[in-house]
Design a protein around this ligand. Structure first.
Ligand code: AMP
Length: 280
């Protein structure tokens, strides 16, 4: 695996990868890799001839009181995992390489970036779309792989790609869960054993909503109320939001007609976790 730490190196590797029309796939990550990330890598390997992964803990998407400094960084282990998966190129730039002093240009997907996590984490999605746009320009993949785990992020990136005519196809991969249902996340490493148990309430509330949907309930308010009941039994977990929205526009839905995204975010102790399901 070729490890590129500079933009120039990455561009050179990308040029070589795209030579003679090879299918070039890319999965951006913040590292501390787990099976969720590796599922993107495997999807990319299945679809593409050459696969690049990036590891970059993007300061721009963290708020001033968030976990940028303590975000788990396990670079050596990540490199081992990616090598085992047969990844061809790893792009691992420094913050200074990505944001030289004086950088003042941002990408913002208006009307979507302030929904769901964007409401409780102002500026978060602007940070995400800015870094992903930069990564797309540097890496120049033909396919980019993202996880449904971050459902709002995928909607916002799909819209950015459409609005800016970026020449990349977005592939969204299913959520990978622990055997007991907890969605895999680098932030699960923060959880104490007790918190780890409490964290199951996110998935439990989504399953409750899904069960009521299967029984024919279509009113969003009633479904949300059913999901919130699960949280009432877990006082150690503080709900941030539980919403049912259109999966493309992220606008709240009232009656569920067509595909609907149920998205939840909650604080388990100091750890903010997210999860979601699609109802069809
Ligand atoms: P992150 O490192 O958290 O920024 O995530 C990098 C990519 O991995 C994003 O596209 C995430 O949606 C995806 N991802 C993270 N966790 C999971 C998971 N449990 N299942 C599927 N994809 C995931």
């Amino acid at each position: 695996m070729k490890i590129c730490k500079t933009i120039d190196d990455m561009r050179a590797a990308s040029r070589a990868a795209r030579h003679v029309g090879k299918r070039f796939g890319f999965a951006p990550t913040m590292g501390a890799l787990h099976e969720g990330h590796l599922s993107l890598v495997r999807a990319a390997k299945a679809k593409c001839d050459v696969v690049a992964v990036s590891i970059f803990v993007n300061p721009l998407q963290f708020g001033p009181n968030e976990d940028l400094a303590k975000y788990p960084r396990t670079f050596e282990h990540d490199v081992e995992l990616l090598e085992k998966e047969g990844v061809d190129i790893l792009f691992a730039p420094s913050p200074e390489e990505m944001y030289p002093a004086g950088a003042v240009t941002y990408v913002n997907v208006e009307g979507l970036s302030d929904k769901l996590c964007g409401k409780s984490r102002p500026g978060h999605f602007r940070g995400v779309t800015t870094v992903v746009a930069k990564l797309f320009h540097i890496v120049q993949p033909s396919f980019a792989f993202f996880g449904q785990k971050d459902a709002a992020q995928t909607a916002i990136i799909r819209r950015m790609v459409r609005d800016l005519n970026l020449p990349v196809e977005i592939v969204v991969c299913p959520i990978v869960r622990e055997p007991d249902g907890l969605a895999m996340s680098s932030r699960n490493a923060y959880l104490s054993p007790l918190e780890r148990k409490s964290a199951l309430v996110l998935h439990a509330s989504l399953k409750q909503i899904s069960a009521e949907f299967d029984q024919g309930k279509r009113e969003a308010a009633a479904l949300i109320a059913a999901g919130k009941k699960a949280f009432a039994q877990e006082p150690a977990v503080r709900l941030d939001y539980l919403e049912i929205v259109h999966p493309d526009t992220l606008e709240p839905m009232h009656q569920l007609v067509g595909p609907s995204l149920v998205a939840v975010a909650a604080f388990v102790g100091n750890t903010r976790l997210i999860d979601n399901i699609m109802l069809r």
